[in-house]
Design a protein. Structure first.
Length: 278
């Protein structure tokens, strides 16, 4: 059974890896993705991979953990209609059933991505359970991502992965151990490409594309499958070594846009790691 609609793969392949594009899928009734199954998964995962955050965050504001009470995350998921929270189950591939699901999804999209960037590397899964109206603030993720909307609706806003939306210092800081949240300017509201999402919709988000997300009037479930490529790993190496090159008075070059690659900085980064300089 193909979870990703075959009719979606051609347009996806044409857009990949630079442009957001919508896909269709049949995961909405998958037994691993119900509220009850996710409540159980929140118990099965090691606790450091389960996050409960506030649901009333704002773009540019703090996306704080919610420690307002002692409720366990499984209980919060079961009452997500009224809990007002945002829940993330991180690296669900640690659970065998979810790892198998992600492997099947990657098998299905593999022929669409391989001609451009090679096979998907470091495939990971994230599941988001959001209360109605929850905002996921403006941020970026240093991987390719397909978000599959399972329940509820969302407005998903994307931006090109470049300044002013993605300042290079924030991109570099991420690879130095910083977070992935981004500063916000109200003028960015007009710059967004808005992708309305309903159950059965999927959205490809390019590597490091800044975005914010707002859940609709019903509780939301979304599955994100992320992956890397040799190109994205080399770019990550370049971002990591750039501050060291500046300290040495050496040029850093620009942020390459695919298919241009950061080959020499990537090699330099690996050498610097082995030498204990990073």
């Amino acid at each position: 059974m193909s979870f990703v609609a075959p009719s979606s793969l051609g347009p996806f392949a044409s857009a990949y890896p630079l442009s957001p594009t919508m896909l269709q899928h049949s995961l909405t009734d998958h037994p691993l993705l119900s509220f009850e199954a996710l409540a159980k998964a929140s118990i099965d995962l090691p606790p450091q991979f389960v996050e409960r955050r506030i649901g009333n965050a704002s773009n540019g504001g703090e996306f704080a953990m919610d420690r307002s009470d002692d409720a366990d995350v499984a209980t919060v998921i079961r009452s997500i209609q009224t809990s007002g929270n945002w829940i993330m189950l991180r690296f669900v591939e640690q659970l065998p059933a979810y790892r198998e699901l992600l492997a099947r999804l990657m098998d299905q999209i593999g022929p669409a991505i391989s001609p451009a960037t090679g096979p998907g590397l470091t495939v990971r899964g994230f599941i988001f359970v959001s209360a109605p109206g929850t905002l996921t603030p403006f941020h970026f993720d240093c991987e390719y991502n397909i978000l599959f909307q399972i329940a509820g609706d969302k407005q998903f806003a994307t931006y090109r992965p470049m300044a002013p939306w993605l300042p290079i210092d924030r991109h570099e800081a991420y690879y130095g151990g910083g977070d992935n949240m981004l500063p916000w300017n109200d003028a960015y509201e007009a710059d967004a490409d808005i992708h309305p999402m309903q159950p059965g919709d999927g959205l490809f988000i390019p590597y490091a594309s800044p975005h914010w997300v707002r859940a609709g009037s019903e509780p939301s479930i979304s599955l994100s499958m992320t992956w890397q490529s040799q190109w994205s790993q080399a770019l990550g190496d370049a971002m990591q070594i750039n501050p060291l090159l500046r300290r040495w008075g050496l040029p850093t070059g620009d942020v390459p846009i695919w298919p241009k690659a950061a080959k020499w900085r990537s090699i330099g980064c690996r050498v610097a790691r082995k030498a204990g300089l990073l």
